[in-house]
Design a protein around this ligand. Structure first.
Ligand SMILES: [Zn+2]
Length: 319
């Protein structure tokens, strides 16, 4: 009896395009590559994809520091990443970047479908704002005393001394790391993805998945506290894709980064003159199996937000 060969789409986590690769990236890519090569030896068909993660405030800041456009910075590091991975003979079928036409198309499609299906809502939030720099401050761009233990020089998300987690607006005597001045609190309307509505769906996906037990245990911890809706927008200035229907709002980098897997698949299919679209291969009835190789630090993005987003946008959830 001959077994039907499998159709696999495999990805490694996307390296961030603000610096060269380090050993951690290489370890992950080589591990993925070993698995991909073993699948190919078994006769299964594997499309192995990766891309440089191009968006977000750190890219914007790094480009400013180097006095070049963010697009230039991203191109520079993408080429460097690609060269390093080729030198280690990592057998990608396509290595791309998330700042691409293909990714923009799928980010808008996925957002618009989630919106039509009632999974996007608006909510006002309070954020720290640096008036000199004219920038809303991400958690890592503000420092102050921990609201729990009063330790000095702590960032806006959690305390390195006592481990407390808090909102940046709770910091005592906060200072912007740019102007070194106290930021002001400013209101802004943000877009949220309704993760709470999909709690049962994600739980079901986890239960039916082939995830390792230790991973499932970690995921259960988030359910114990209850999931929260996810802030997917960032205010200008921001390097990313504009959100359809808004002039000054951009997709948060973690919204379009995993969609970059689909964008890269589209680029691969186009380059290889394949008539299928990435959506065809990533649809519910496709026989393609999708595998993401990731580090445990990005588990929540891949095992909570990502399947929820794929579900809301009527794409196939990864296995
Ligand atoms: Zn503390």
């Amino acid at each position: 009896m001959t077994m039907k060969k499998k159709e696999l789409i495999v990805t490694s986590a996307l390296p961030y395009a603000n610096g060269p690769l380090h050993f951690g990236h290489l370890l992950e890519h080589i591990q993925t590559d070993i698995w991909v090569r073993s699948q190919r030896i078994l006769g299964n068909h594997c499309i192995y994809l990766c891309a440089s993660d191009a968006h977000g405030t750190p890219i914007m800041m790094k480009a400013e520091e180097e006095n070049i456009a963010p697009e230039k910075l991203v191109d520079k590091y993408m080429k460097a990443h690609k060269k390093t991975l080729e030198a280690f003979q990592v057998s990608h079928d396509c290595y791309y970047q998330t700042h691409s036409e293909e990714n923009k198309k799928y980010s808008e499609l996925i957002y618009n479908t989630a919106l039509e299906n009632g999974y996007i809502k608006k909510q006002n939030i309070k954020q720290l704002y640096d008036k000199d720099k004219k920038l809303f401050l991400a958690d890592r761009y503000v420092q102050g005393n921990c609201p729990k233990c009063n330790a000095p020089d702590q960032y806006g998300d959690n305390c390195d001394v006592c481990g407390a987690k808090y909102e940046a607006t709770e910091l005592i005597n906060p200072l912007s790391i740019f102007s070194k001045k106290p930021p002001v609190i400013k209101d802004s309307e943000h877009l949220f993805f309704s993760l709470t509505k999909l709690e049962a769906e994600i739980k079901k996906w986890i239960d039916e998945s082939s995830l390792q037990e230790s991973v499932i245990n970690k995921l259960q911890e988030w359910f114990k506290d209850g999931l929260m809706d996810w802030d997917i927008s960032r205010d200008a200035p921001y390097f990313g894709f504009k959100i359809p229907g808004f002039e000054d709002k951009f997709f948060y980098v973690w919204l379009d980064a995993p969609i970059g897997y689909i964008g890269t698949l589209e680029k691969f299919l186009k380059d290889s003159k394949n008539k299928a679209s990435a959506k065809d291969l990533w649809s519910e009835d496709s026989r393609h199996e999708i595998y993401h190789f990731i580090g445990k630090d990005i588990l929540n993005f891949h095992a909570l937000f990502w399947p929820a987003l794929l579900h809301a946008a009527e794409f196939k959830k990864t296995i």
